[in-house]
Design a protein around this ligand. Structure first.
Ligand code: BES
Ligand code: ZN
Ligand code: ZN
Length: 505
């Protein structure tokens, strides 16, 4: 469930909440002398306390560095009993898409995340929110930091109730956009965190149907019979070892004034055991997250349907569970993909590219101006870029750079990667048109992208996002990122749709 956020222009001293958050920055001009500066929003509280707030925080060890949270009691001087001061470094107001905007998001997120508890249920935000960009950043960070996944806990609590101290008249639309983005990220996190015994292709498709029914999105679902009849050999091959049959979901958002169509394709492996090329137990533990790409595409359509940009957006979710059952595909099986290309499956754990290939080929029927796929595709991505930076590959350098730029403006870390032609021959097969893996492991992220490129419809500009590392967070929470599903890349996909509507892409 998405946390709630309302806007009020109540004075900070009077707002009813279990805690109130302010920001403290570092003075950029004092060359590390350590003086704390109260950020916009904190002055009223300083006045209510009779001044000296910065000194008090300094005495408690606050340094103002981003995401550091220092708590003090308000001792009856404010309606809220607890004051939490979060550091924002030298960030001031957030220019749209700037590094400062990300600091505001992370700091708002860190404050709300560290306060949220069974005792602190309502949190007021006396944070920078005077201009649209700062308000959007503060609201989004706070909403994402309030995320809580309680579905399987007997003593779970609801997500915190947030109150932003700001002028609704002035920043209302910016905050509304933050709420749409937060709802999209929350949807992805919830789907990723759901156990694969509850989320499998059929239930995932049912979830998509519900979202489509409550918005202006149209939906079509191909079941196993329709997939067989339609010649979707990749999706069927991957799904055939599971008791839960595969699905292909197609979502469509149409705008009457649209002059462009963007198609998104998201890898939807609801659990990746590796199939007969079985993964070791440790590597399997996080493989419920192997549907993060499909979840991101579904959430993007939900957000686009709410924001209503003048662009057509199509979303494909190829959904399958990769299991080693008696009917599973075997290493050396040859399958015929949608469109007729044959593939020799040498490693059943390289399954994402097989389901994506069918959907990429199918998307040609929508004649998209831009095709973007998103997938937890390779362990090689994690080795190359780590857990926080996604890789971007494309059949057009300008598109690749435009996607990286959209990601930066959306506040997500992505990096351009090449498609070296010499790696393509590694995918030649002894018996079929293509093999699904190369004999050499080198450049695994790039080889996977070269495989996908074979299925991109002729003349279509295409980009591929490998989010294997960033989609799921195993370490300690930071900023607005919790443990588990992160919602990586959704904000970038929404930004791509908005850029396409603006004629930027
Ligand atoms: N789902 C995995 C990739 C993955 C690994 C995602 C780690 C998130 C974290 C994918 O299906 C896979 O198993 N890829 C293989 C490909 C190899 C067999 C060519 C891999 O990366 O090892
Ligand atoms: Zn796999
Ligand atoms: Zn996989």
């Amino acid at each position: 469930m998405t946390a709630t956020l309302r806007i009020t222009n109540t004075a900070a001293r009077d707002v009813n909440a279990d805690a109130i958050v302010i920001a403290v920055g570092q003075d950029a001009r004092d060359q590390g002398a350590g003086s704390l500066v109260l950020a916009p929003g904190a002055q009223d509280i300083d006045a209510a306390l009779g001044g000296g707030l910065a000194e008090t925080l300094g005495a408690l060890g606050a340094t103002g560095k981003p995401e550091e949270v220092t708590r003090i009691v308000s001792a009856g001087k404010l309606a809220a009993p607890v004051i939490a001061a979060v550091g924002i470094g030298t960030a001031t107001a957030a220019e749209p898409g700037s590094a400062d905007a990300e600091i505001l998001r992370r700091s708002a997120g860190a404050a709300v995340r560290s306060l949220s508890s069974p005792k602190i249920r309502s949190i007021a935000l006396a944070l920078p929110a005077d201009d649209a960009a700062s308000a959007e950043a503060t609201a989004l960070g706070a909403l994402l930091g309030a995320y809580y996944f309680g579905r399987y806990r007997s003593n779970g609590h609801p997500a915190a109730e947030l109150t932003l101290l700001a002028s609704a008249e002035h920043v209302g639309p910016a905050v509304a956009k933050a709420q749409v983005l937060a709802a999209a990220v929350t949807l992805v996190r919830d789907l990723v965190n759901t156990s694969p015994s509850h989320l499998y292709p059929e239930t995932f498709a049912a979830e998509a149907r519900q979202i489509a029914a409550s918005s202006s999105i149209s939906i079509e679902v191909l079941d196993e019979t329709a997939l067989a009849a339609g010649g979707y050999g990749g999706i069927r091959g991957v799904g055939q070892g599971s008791a839960h049959p595969p699905r292909l979901v197609r979502l469509s958002y149409q705008h009457p004034e649209a002059s462009r169509t963007v198609a998104f394709v998201g890898k939807g492996i609801t659990f990746d055991s590796g199939g007969l090329s079985l993964k070791p137990p440790k590597a399997m533990e996080t493989m419920k997250s192997d549907m993060s790409g499909a979840a991101a595409v579904l959430a993007t359509l939900q957000a686009v349907a709410a924001l209503k940009p003048a662009v057509n957006v199509i979303g494909y979710l190829p959904l399958a569970e990769n299991m080693p059952g008696g009917a599973a595909q075997r290493p050396s099986d040859v399958i015929t993909m949608y469109g007729g290309t044959t593939v020799e499956v040498l490693n059943t754990d390289a399954e994402g590219r097989l389901v994506l290939a069918d959907a990429l080929a199918r998307s040609g029927e929508d004649a998209p101006d831009l095709l973007v796929d998103i997938a937890t595709l390779t362990g090689a991505q994690v080795i190359a870029l780590g857990n926080r930076v996604s890789g971007v590959m494309a059949n057009d350098d300008a598109i690749r750079d435009a996607v990286v730029d959209a990601a930066t403006r959306a506040g997500e870390a992505m990096w351009p990667m090449p498609l070296p032609e010499e790696l393509r021959k590694g995918l030649d097969s002894k018996v079929a048109d293509l093999a699904n893996v190369a004999a050499e492991r080198d450049g695994g992220m790039l080889v996977a992208a070269l495989f996908l490129r074979e299925f991109v419809p002729d003349g279509v500009r295409w980009a591929h996002l490998d989010i294997a590392g960033p989609a799921f967070h195993e370490g300690e929470p930071y900023g607005y990122t919790p443990k588990g599903g992160t919602g990586a890349a959704v904000r970038t996909l929404v930004q791509i749709a908005l850029d396409a509507a603006d004629g930027r892409l």
